[in-house]
Design a protein around this ligand. Sequence first.
Ligand SMILES: Nc1ncnc2c1ncn2[C@@H]1O[C@H](COP(=O)(O)OP(=O)(O)OP(=O)(O)O)[C@@H](O)[C@H]1O
Length: 313
Amino acid sequence: MTLTTAPEAAAAPDTGTAAVDLDGVVKRFGAVTAVDGISLRIRPGEVVALLGPNGAGKTTTVDMLLGLARPDRGTVAVYGRPPAEAVGLGLVSAVMQSGGLLKDYTVAETVRLTAVLFGKPRTAAGEALRRAGLTDVAKRLVGKCSGGQQQRLRFAMALLPDPELLILDEPTTGMDVAGRHEFWTAIRDDAARGRTVIFATHYLEEADAYADRVVFVRRGRIVADGTAAEVKALAAGRTVRATLPGARQEELAAIGGVDRAEVRGDTVHLHGNDTDRIARHLLTHTTARDLEITSRNLEDAFLALTADEETPR
Ligand SMILES: Nc1ncnc2c1ncn2[C@@H]1O[C@H](COP(=O)(O)OP(=O)(O)OP(=O)(O)O)[C@@H](O)[C@H]1O
């Protein structure tokens, strides 16, 4: 099933410029189509998670938002401007997964040095350190900082231009639970002031806990787009599994209450919210047997939405 909720339609009329406007974006690398027609409009102040399996096209999308890659087709605008221009104006900055830190500088020196390179940072170095929760470790050498502290340092550096849009590409990969929690607490406290945040992640619970809106990407396309609450509702669905030799996918999908049907050999998996109705139909109108009804969790929903039955690219 594809969650077809259009957040634009649900929200108040959009009167201003979108923070991000991707329209029919395609990006190819040789024979590989990394992004295959993504259209996405993000309003100022939204916190959006890009979720998807390896190779889904998340990083390529992020790179285009940062002006690091250009689309082959379609348009990308950040606050109504070409991405490179928006980056140049300090409207957008990024927290990347790794690199960019010198381990022999202290945390405070790193932020001050970056501030000097910026010329006139709109956020003072001390304020950026405070907002990133680094005041207590300001004098520590970067090389002695934990992975979580180093990521918060990248966050502090990204705050210097006081960007309207903050982009984070898998920012907590490799961090332990406590580090991830501290990192996201800092990001969330900052986002509460109205900054737009887009983050790519593999961690479902991060998307669930910190995003207002979750965009599932699979094979370069958006397969679901909804609020965190809608994603939870999606996860609340259940599955009826039954043995039904010779079943045809199209016929199963047409059964009332079925959102998605899968046939695996003699076994069928029917997903939907009203599983009683589905089970009743199977028992009264088909020869299905061995019925089992199970709840789906967020992980299942994610796998169902991003499962790749076709040959890998
Ligand atoms: N510079 C490149 N040259 C060739 N292929 C590329 C390049 N960059 C990305 N790709 C391919 O494009 C596809 C999408 O990659 P991308 O990194 O955007 O996915 P992702 O969703 O960020 O994955 P991950 O979660 O693993 O980081 C993949 O098949 C990848 O191998």
